[in-house]
Design a protein around this ligand. Structure first.
Ligand SMILES: [Zn+2]
Length: 333
């Protein structure tokens, strides 16, 4: 039997007045007509709900094998080689005014050359927009005592209070942040979310199946590569609400014909939740209905099981992930 799992990232949510008192899902989707399974939590025991932990858990990775930081997973998505003794970190270009952190995420030209700007022995790779990966060679031994600050959680605080600390690596990273601030005045780079390389189990080993992933989000592509699954990034996929859903549907259908198991990951609903936009989220789910679920139900081969769920809840009310259970829908073709 073929299996297709569609993860609508952060789909589960609360009801909102602007959606006539409905949740984005119930406002927008005909999913209610499908066979509904009991709600479930995909969050591994003792972990916070985030895509890395939840999707790995859904793919059958044992909880103890699920890493905490995601930078090394995103590095894998970009083909960045990391050794076991290295440390990977997220590195955000941030906006600064009068020494105060005012904006997380500045897409500037200086960031494209940041690797060349830094005299410290870090490998820095721009991912997209303001996001970078920093690899500290031999940095694993500093991981446990390194102190970092997430830029998006510290807007309004002095940058000098938010530089890395805790050990020699923290000191080198602090010098980098301050030197770049001196050079660019209103922009600097903040490393955060350190992660060490953790071997992930192969998908074939945990499931006995040959699997493929259709996605655009780095964390999902990285999961696929580290678990030995084939990955497909359809043209026009953006990881947000402006994505080309039809291209994703087509890629998923092609995978179903070739693999036992296909994961189709759709990210935009989570992004709309972080922006606290219930209407944007509902309209995107409406598009998923039309451009993904309807064609899938028309074209999936007989004997195929289709499951639609979300990895975790994302709440437009708070702009953060939620801990409530998520809906699951099942069709047998
Ligand atoms: Zn999220």
């Amino acid at each position: 039997m073929k299996r297709l799992l569609v993860i609508i990232d952060g789909m589960e949510d609360l009801p909102y007045p602007e959606l006539d008192g409905k949740t984005p899902l119930s406002f927008a989707s005909s999913l209610q007509k499908a066979r509904l399974l009991p709600p479930i939590s995909h969050t591994p025991p003792g972990r916070e709900p985030d895509s890395l932990a939840c999707i790995l858990f859904m793919l059958g990775a044992p909880p103890h094998s699920i890493p905490h930081g995601r930078a090394f997973v995103e590095a894998a998505a970009h083909g960045i080689h990391m050794r076991e003794e290295d440390l990977a970190m997220r590195l955000n270009a941030v906006g600064v005014e009068n020494g105060i952190l005012v904006k997380n995420g500045v897409d500037t030209n200086v960031s494209t050359n940041i690797g060349a700007d830094v005299s410290a022995p870090f490998e820095i790779r721009k991912l997209d927009g303001y996001r970078h990966i920093l690899i500290a060679p031999g940095g694993k031994k500093y991981a446990d005592t390194l102190v970092t600050f997430a830029p998006h959680q510290n807007i309004g605080r002095p940058v000098r209070e938010l530089t890395c600390a805790g050990n020699d690596l923290g000191l080198a990273l602090k010098e980098m942040t301050l030197a770049l601030l001196q050079r660019y005045e209103n922009t600097t780079y903040m490393p955060w979310s350190p992660s060490v390389y953790v071997p992930l189990p192969s998908f074939r080993e945990v499931s006995g199946l040959c699997g493929a992933v259709v996605a655009r989000a780095d964390v999902v592509i990285g999961i696929a590569r580290l678990m030995g699954m084939d990955d497909y990034i359809p043209e026009g996929a953006t990881g947000d609400v402006d994505t080309q859903l039809a291209a994703k549907t087509e890629a998923a259908l092609a995978c179903v014909s070739r693999y036992d198991f296909t994961l189709l990951h759709i990210n935009g609903a989570d992004e709309a939740s972080h922006r606290k936009k219930p209407r944007e989220k509902a309209l995107f789910i409406q598009r998923i209905d039309r451009e993904v679920l309807e064609p899938l139900l028309r074209h999936l081969p007989p004997g195929c099981e289709l499951t639609v769920t979300s990895d975790h809840a994302s709440l437009c009310q708070t702009g953060a992930h939620g801990t409530m259970k998520v809906s699951r829908f099942l069709w047998m073709r």
